[in-house]
Write a protein that binds this ligand. Structure first.
Ligand SMILES: Nc1ncnc2c1ncn2[C@@H]1O[C@H](COP(=O)(O)OP(=O)(O)OP(=O)(O)O)[C@@H](O)[C@H]1O
Ligand SMILES: [Mg+2]
Length: 255
């Protein structure tokens, strides 16, 4: 049995189809990159994996069960927009990321001091040690994004969902975040879904690259059809497709 199974997944908002018959299986520990045009439903797919939304039709199973609605232990997430806690210092944001793993979501006393020390190690690794006592609002966009990534990774979730996590970073920082993510993944064996608009990043980090696209396309009504996974590339083997789902078909124009 695969770790994550997505079967005939449909999602529409009102009458508008967004995702149309998405099928995919993912093994535990795989790194899945997701690419596709803006608006084709990549973030929607992540929200469905997070159970923030319920699909219109179809099914998602994680380890044999529907994804749990509660946030926290199993799935970590870095949203497309920054997701840090504005009322907590940088260090406490990292501590909170780890605290999600604990049943009470909080540390006290000696445990808290130890968690703060671990947070400082993480902050050093993501280059934010010097701003540990500041609040997120005082950081640049790229620094906030790094903090969000550090926070999600510190919780060592079984599944990490990343929605364009490196979008706001300069090229050098982006490369060091790649290394950080690769190391943490090797340590934890977590399963990763990462949406990116950067194909080379997708192939560099991913074991597989899934392409979301609309196989049916009506030039007069681009929103008439939803997107599905049209390609599933083996990024570790020269980018050879495992699977090409469908050729793109243009819907004939009415006479
Ligand atoms: N809650 C919602 N209600 C109605 N429409 C929505 C909702 N969420 C998303 N949409 C629409 O669904 C489509 C897919 O959105 P989504 O955010 O998943 O795209 P995306 O592939 O992540 O795009 P981008 O690359 O720009 O981030 C968009 O047209 C969006 O406007
Ligand atoms: Mg998106």
């Amino acid at each position: 049995m695969s770790f994550v199974t997505v079967e005939n997944l449909f999602q529409s908002y009102g009458p508008r189809p967004i995702l149309d018959r998405v099928n995919v299986t993912v093994e535990e520990g795989e790194f899945i990159s997701i690419v596709g045009a803006s608006g084709c439903g990549k973030s929607t797919f992540l929200r469905l994996l997070l159970a923030q939304e319920r699909p219109s039709r179809g099914e998602i199973r994680i380890d044999g069960n529907p994804p749990a609605v509660e946030p926290g232990l199993e799935r970590g997430v870095v949203f497309q927009r920054y997701s840090v806690f504005p009322h907590m210092t940088v260090r406490d944001n990292i501590v909170a990321g780890e605290a999600f793993q604990h049943r009470w979501g909080r540390f006290f006393g000696a445990e808290k001091r130890a968690a703060r020390e671990r947070a400082d190690t993480v902050l050093a690794r993501i280059g934010l040690a010097h701003v540990a006592d500041q609040y997120p609002a005082t950081l640049s966009g790229g620094m906030q994004q790094r903090l969000a990534i550090g926070q999600a990774l510190t919780a060592r979730p079984r599944i990490l969902l990343l929605d364009e996590p490196f979008g706001a970073l300069d090229p050098g920082t982006r490369l060091s975040m790649h290394d950080f993510l690769t190391e943490l993944r090797a340590e934890t064996g977590m399963t990763v879904f990462m949406v990116t608009h950067d194909l080379s990043e997708g192939f560099k980090l991913g074991d597989r690259v899934l392409v979301f696209d609309k196989p049916r396309w009506d030039p007069d009504d681009p929103e008439a059809f939803g997107a599905t996974i049209t390609y599933d590339f083996d990024a570790r083997n020269g980018g050879i497709p495992f699977q090409t789902i469908k050729e793109k078909t243009h819907v004939p124009l009415p006479a």
